[in-house]
Design a protein around this ligand. Sequence first.
Ligand code: NAI
Length: 370
Amino acid sequence: MPCSGGGTLACETAPGTQGVPPPSEAVTRVAVFSTRQYDREFLTAANREPGHELVFYEPRLTVETAPLAAGFPAVSAFVNDALDAPALTVLAEGGTRLIALRSAGFNNVDLGAAAALGLRVARVPAYSPHAVAEHTVTLILALNRKIHRAYQRVRDGNFSLDGLLGFDLSSRTVGIIGTGIIGATVAGILHGFGCDLLANDPFPNERVRALGARYVALPELFGAADIITLHCPLLPETTHLVDRNAIAQMKRGVMLVNTSRGGLVDSRAVIAGLKSGHIGALGLDVYEEETDLFSRDLSGQIIQDDVFSRLLTFPNVIVTAHQGYFTAEALHEIATTTLTNVTQYEAGRPLANEIRFDPGVDHVGGRRAA
Ligand code: NAI
């Protein structure tokens, strides 16, 4: 089957799906956006049984690239695809009926517009909480023991320890904001390190309480925590949850880690906090303007984002490019659940992982998530 992309847009039909007769009644054509080689491998492997017709596109899904999905009943999108009203309108006009997100978060989808256009949206609610939780703890440990600096130093024949002083994690106070699936997994790991846990979440988690964590209001958490880690969704009320005012309430020298969504942190405020020394270390796997940066090799180009570039200059900052989810287990789970969502939709069965638009209330199982 010819790819509908053409031109400079990379497009590939899944090997093994071309010319293969549909094995069941529930087979559909899926335009899969924002795919890299690893996405294609895991999706193709997971597609052996459902046998959907997958057409892979490398570009992000935006209003400009949405016409590539014309004639596809299902579209699969990832975290930095822009599923805003204009893009959704193009998809709906092209015949798309299902958006199968390959992510848990859906802050990039205009759910109201999707509902109005008759588009149903499904996601992968939980793929591997361990992947993101372990990456979070990796950032905490690396920042504390300055592994990024030690690695470079030793390779350069410099075996001095000056500037590499860390602290015992045991008995330190960690504040966890958002104790859903990932935050609770982080709590479990840090409990194993002997940390004192403070938590903040409008829906306290009994599993986290059972670890000895105390649920407190944000000002108390900010004032007491040596390490603060963010695991709540990006919502209007959590946007820039960490701003100048929040940082001013934190302990001097606090370590801040964000593996959730970039918009939770006001990057300019954090830079001011790093410059003054109020923030002692910063670990980011997400960045509020990451869409134009992450998932791409820009090593030969000039980065135009001055705020991001400034963040990279600090010796006590580690940035990873949204790789928290990036384990083999998670990619397998993402691929399997995404294709199951497509199969359920096509077969007319209840869509177990559907995100329903419910203005003013919540979107998933009594809570909102992103
Ligand atoms: P979840 O829905 O299980 O948990 C989110 C928790 O945040 C819930 O307990 C909710 O009650 C809480 N929450 C909501 N509003 C809050 C507020 N204003 N203050 C404090 N807590 C609040 O979601 P899950 O699976 O644990 O994911 C957490 C976040 O991790 C996601 O929202 C997503 O943005 C991010 N994520 C990042 C990945 C990465 O690769 N870096 C991969 C997957 C998810």
